[in-house]
Design a protein around this ligand. Structure first.
Ligand code: DLL
Length: 446
C-alpha cells in the first residue's frame, strides 16, 4: 500500500524540480538562521541568492558528526529553543551525545514518513503493532510510535527488552506487526522455540527491522522463526530518525526506498569525497530538504552503501542497498583494510553456520590478531546431538572440522588475512538485550 501515492509515484522530473526548489530554500534558510552554516557558506563563497540548487550541491562541503559535537547542545538549531517541540539524542560511544531537535512541523513530517514506511512494510490501518524499539532519547521508540498512529495502527508501546513481557503481549494482544532491532527479533524467535510457543499462539505477520546492520541470513532466520515478512527500516537521528528509507514488502532484497522529497541522498568516495557512479558503493550523504529545527547540509553518515533506480518498481524514489559497514568501522589489521561485513558475507554462504557471529580484534605485542566466532547452525548441532562445543568435540566430528577449515580458508582467500576461527554452540554468543547489538569489538585501543 502507498500511504501518499501522489508523492511516492511523483515522476522523476517533477521530483527533481521539487528537490531543487526545496534545496535552494533550505540553503537560504540555514544561511539566514544558523551561524555555523552562514560562516561555512560564506567561507566557501556560496551566496544563497545565486546558489543554483542541485548543480551546486557538491560545492556545499560536508557536515560531520564532529560539527554536532562542537556545537553541543543547541548550536545547530535554526529556530529559537521555544519553538523546539522535542529533543532526541544519538548515542555516541564516546563523549557527549549528539542532540537533535524538531519543531511541531518536523514531527508531522517524521510521522508521515514513518507511516509511509510502515505502509510499504505491509502494515494496514486496523492492525496492531508491538513497538519493541527503545522509548526515550533514542529516536526508534517514539519515531515508530507516532508514525504507526498516523497510519491508523493500534500501538503497543512496550519498548525494548523485557523478553517475558514481550512474549506475553505477543500471545495475549496478538499484534500482527513487531518493530525491533533485527538482533532482538532473533532473540524473540529463539525464545519462542525455547519456551515451546507455537505460531498459532501468536499472530505476527510483519517485522520492521532496523537501527543496526543485518543481512539476508538474518532475514531468513527471523522470517522463519516468527513467521513474518521482514523488511528493512533505515534512519539516523541527525537526519530525522527511523523512516529515512524503507524496503517494500513485495520487493524484499532489492533495496529500501529513500523518501527523496524530504532527503537528498548522495554516495561519495570515502577518501576523496567525490560522488561515485550510480550503483557504486561509498559513503551515504544526506541533505535535509524540509527540516525546520535542525536542517543539515550534506551530512556524512559514515554508512557504506549504494543507491540506484534500477529496482524502483512501485514508486519512483531511489533505493539504497543494505548498509555494508561504516567508514569508521573499517578495521586495519596488519595493514589490510577490511569491514566486518565481509566476514558476514562469508558466513552467509557457509551451509552449516548460523548468522550469529562476533569479530574481536586484539593486539599481542605489536601484532594485530582477529578472532571470528560463529555459532554453528542448529540443524547440524541437532544432527550431531551436541549443544556446547569445545576444541576436542570439534576434533571428533568431520562436519565441524570441515566447517572450521572452510571458514578459515574463505577468510584467507577473500579478505587476505589469517584469522582465528572459533565454532560455538547455539546461544554461546551475546544476544541483544532489546536494543542494538555490537558484533564487532576492537580491543586494541584499550
Ligand atoms: O538507529 C534510527 C532508527 C531507529 C532506525 C529504529 C531504524 C529503526 P541512530 O541511533 O542515530 O538512529 O543510529 C543511526 O544506525 O547511521 C546506521 O549506522 C545504523 N542504522 C540505522 N538503521 C539501519 C539499518 C537510529 N536499517 C545509525 N541497517 C545509522 C543498518 C542501520 N544500519
Amino acid at each position: 500500500m502507498l500511504f501518499n501515492p501522489d508523492v511516492e509515484r511523483l515522476p522523476l522530473p517533477q521530483l527533481r524540480a521539487l528537490q531543487n526548489a526545496r534545496l535552494k530554500e533550505q540553503v537560504a534558510y540555514v544561511h539566514a538562521r544558523v551561524p555555523f552554516y552562514r560562516q561555512k557558506l560564506d567561507a566557501l563563497g556560496i551566496n544563497p541568492t545565486t546558489f543554483r540548487g542541485l548543480d551546486d550541491l557538491p560545492k556545499l562541503g560536508f557536515t560531520k558528526k564532529t560539527d554536532f559535537r562542537d556545537n553541543y547542545p543547541f548550536g545547530l538549531f535554526a529556530v529559537p529553543e521555544t519553538e523546539v517541540a522535542r529533543l532526541h539524542c544519538s548515542s555516541g560511544t564516546t563523549g557527549k551525545p549528539t542532540v537533535v531537535g524538531y519543531t511541531a512541523a518536523d514531527l508531522d513530517t517524521f510521522s508521515e514518513l514513518v507511516a509511509r514506511s510502515l505502509a510499504a512494510a505491509g502494515c494496514r490501518p486496523g492492525m496492531k503493532v508491538q513497538n519493541a524499539y527503545g522509548y526515550g532519547l533514542f529516536t526508534g521508540g517514539l519515531g515508530l510510535h507516532y508514525g504507526a498512529e498516523k497510519l491508523g495502527l493500534t500501538v503497543i508501546p512496550v519498548s525494548g527488552g523485557s523478553t517475558d513481557r514481550q512474549l506475553t503481549l505477543l500471545r495475549d494482544f496478538r499484534p500482527e506487526i513487531i518493530c525491533a532491532t533485527p538482533s532482538y527479533a532473533q532473540v524473540l524467535a529463539e525464545e519462542l522455540v525455547k519456551r515451546g510457543i507455537g505460531f498459532d499462539d501468536i499472530n505476527l505477520r510483519y517485522a520492521v527491522l532496523g537501527a543496526e546492520p543485518w543481512n539476508e541470513a538474518i532475514r531468513t532466520q527471523v522470517q522463519q522463526g516468527l513467521q513474518v515478512a521482514a523488511t528493512n527500516i533505515y534512519g539516523l537521528s541527525e537526519i530525522m530518525g527511523p523512516g529515512v528509507s524503507q524496503e517494500d514488502v513485495d520487493e524484499r532484497g532489492t533495496g529500501s526506498y529513500i523518501w527523496e522529497d524530504h532527503f537528498l541522498p548522495e554516495v561519495v568516495d570515502k577518501d576523496t569525497g567525490e560522488p561515485v557512479a550510480e550503483g557504486e558503493l561509498g559513503v551515504l550523504v544526506f541533505t535535509t530538504l524540509t527540516k525546520k529545527a535542525m536542517p543539515v547540509l550534506r551530512y556524512w553518515t559514515g554508512d557504506i552503501t549504494n543507491i540506484y533506480y534500477a529496482h524502483s518498481e512501485k514508486r519512483t524514489h531511489v533505493k539504497m542497498g543494505p548498509i555494508r559497514g561504516r567508514a569508521d568501522d573499517m578495521l586495519i589489521i596488519r595493514g589490510v583494510n577490511f569491514f566486518p561485513t565481509q566476514v558476514e558475507d562469508i558466513i552467509a554462504a557457509l551451509e552449516h553456520a548460523s548468522p550469529n557471529y562476533q569479530v574481536v580484534a586484539t593486539r599481542r605485542g605489536s601484532l594485530d590478531e582477529v578472532e571470528v566466532s560463529v555459532e554453528v547452525a542448529e540443524a547440524l548441532l541437532r544432527a550431531l546431538g551436541l549443544t556446547t562445543l569445545t576444541a576436542d568435540v570439534i576434533e571428533q566430528h568431520d562436519a565441524l572440522r570441515q566447517l572450521q577449515g572452510q571458514f578459515t580458508k574463505k577468510i584467507k582467500d577473500n579478505i587476505g588475512l589469517s584469522m582465528k576461527v572459533t565454532l560455538l554452540g547455539s546461544g554461546q554468543l551475546p544476544r541483544s538485550e532489546g536494543g542494538k547489538l555490537n558484533r564487532v569489538k576492537d580491543l586494541r585501543h584499550l
